[in-house]
Design a binder for this molecule. Structure first.
Ligand SMILES: NC(=O)c1ccc[n+]([C@@H]2O[C@H](COP(=O)([O-])OP(=O)(O)OC[C@H]3O[C@@H](n4cnc5c(N)ncnc54)[C@H](O)[C@@H]3O)[C@@H](O)[C@H]2O)c1
Length: 385
């Protein structure tokens, strides 16, 4: 049973075998509120690793698969088959599994970016999901309670008319050519256009920063002017991007994403300024957010803390303020709310969860930025890509 007494959802996983990064996080997120049971997997591109990983996770032998196609077919045919699947493979391996499982009537939870090309992302809209199968894109940072609260504060007009948005996501783990030395798992496919897509850092972490600013502000992007750089010799994809954004209505934005910013770990930060107030939030300290009404003292808002918490923000605040919640809980919030969508429990979860449309917009952001950068940072409209 889940924490709320509901029946657990039978879950499968594609990718996430031994040694993989995000599959492990997805498994924790799926377990946190007891909403899912992992019962099947095609966990690796290498058959022997897929088998070994499935065994280690305690999956029944006949539900450990060596291809996602086989898994979609076999699971859809079983009376006790999976009801949902998590897709945690490199970017070029998102489209195929998403299509196969949606067409088999199995709900899909897919990591970002949604695909490796804008064309594939748009093709997802042509899929006819069987039995109303649904889709969730794990832009997990939208699950932080204070991010939900920031969104509500902006929507309530507390910041007035938005003027300036600064978003950044900076890391340092690709400072050296680790993809050539083989010392950092995950670096190899991330720097390979065939598997990552046309974007490097912009796709890997820039899309998170972009999605976050869109989620919180609701601003619609008109155009970008981008400067993408691969600082590390021999690297084919960007490891640092500077992007200016123009929004409908006149607000302006800047987005910096870098994987060569020495000393930065997971420096995702969002700052928003309107004509009445401002907000500042950083994911490495996610239980706090600065809110300032112009002309008044700065206020430190806390998760579930000192000011009245609007209903959507209080959702999935699991423990009292002052006890830190973080990355895993925010990730789990997406899983738990998707479980309530799958069960048809209503509520406003569905409006908060990232969708195929958000995924397509993320790919537009990458595509327009890559195009702009190739044209000496020429302003490039989303409507032109
Ligand atoms: N939401 C986040 O915060 C976040 C963080 C990291 C990665 N990601 C995304 O998650 C995805 C995976 O990233 P990662 O860091 O875990 O990569 P990883 O290289 O650590 O793991 C990828 C896994 O996919 C498996 N795989 C590859 N092809 C497969 C296939 N055809 N069938 C089955 N398994 C296959 C690999 O064997 C490996 O187990 C990427 O799309 C990445 O952008 C998201």
């Amino acid at each position: 049973m889940a924490e709320n007494g509901a029946k657990r959802i039978r879950l499968g996983m594609v990718g996430g075998g031994t040694g993989a990064f995000i599959g492990y996080v997805h498994r924790i997120a799926a377990r946190l509120d007891g909403d899912y049971d992992l019962v099947a997997g095609a966990l690796s591109s290498r058959p022997e690793v897929a088998k070994e990983s499935g065994k280690n996770l305690g999956l029944a032998e006949d539900r450990i698969y060596t291809s996602y196609e086989e898994m979609a077919k076999a699971e859809a045919a079983r009376p006790d088959g999976i009801e949902a699947v998590s897709i945690v493979t490199p970017n070029h391996m998102h489209f195929g599994p998403t299509k196969a499982f949606l067409e088999a009537g199995i709900h899909v939870i897919c990591d970002k970016p949604i695909t490796s090309t804008l064309e594939d992302a748009r093709k997802l809209l042509e899929i006819q999901p069987k039995n109303g199968a649904k889709f969730l894109l794990t832009h997990n940072y939208t699950g932080y309670p204070l991010i939900r609260q920031a969104r509500e504060l902006v929507a309530s007009g507390a910041l007035g008319t938005l003027r300036v948005v600064q978003a950044e996501y900076a890391q340092d783990w690709l400072t050296e050519a680790v993809e050539q030395s083989g010392t950092a798992k995950g670096a190899e496919w991330r720097t390979d256009p065939a598997r990552s897509g046309a974007g490097g850092a912009i796709g890997d972490i820039g899309t998170h920063a972009y999605n976050l600013l869109r989620f919180v502000t609701g601003l619609k992007t008109e155009a970008v002017s981008a400067d993408l750089t691969a600082f590390v010799p021999g690297r084919q994809l960007d490891d640092n991007v500077h992007i200016m954004l123009r929004f409908q209505g006149g607000a302006k934005g800047m987005l910096w994403a870098s994987q060569v910013a020495v000393g930065k770990e997971n420096g995702l930060q969002l700052r928003i300024y309107g004509d009445k107030g401002g907000l500042e939030w950083s994911q490495e300290n996610p239980n706090y957010m600065w809110f300032t009404e112009f002309g008044k003292p700065r206020q430190l808002l806390t998760r579930g803390g000192s000011i009245s918490v609007p209903p959507a923000a209080s959702m999935n605040v699991r423990i009292p303020s002052g006890h830190p919640e973080g990355y895993l809980e925010a990730f789990a919030t997406l899983y738990s709310q998707f479980a309530s969508v799958i069960r048809g429990e209503g509520g406003d979860a569905e409006g908060l969860l990232p969708t195929i449309a958000d995924g397509i917009e993320g790919m537009q952001f990458i595509t327009a930025s890559v195009q702009s950068s190739k044209n000496d940072s020429k302003w490039t409209r989303f409507s032109d890509v």
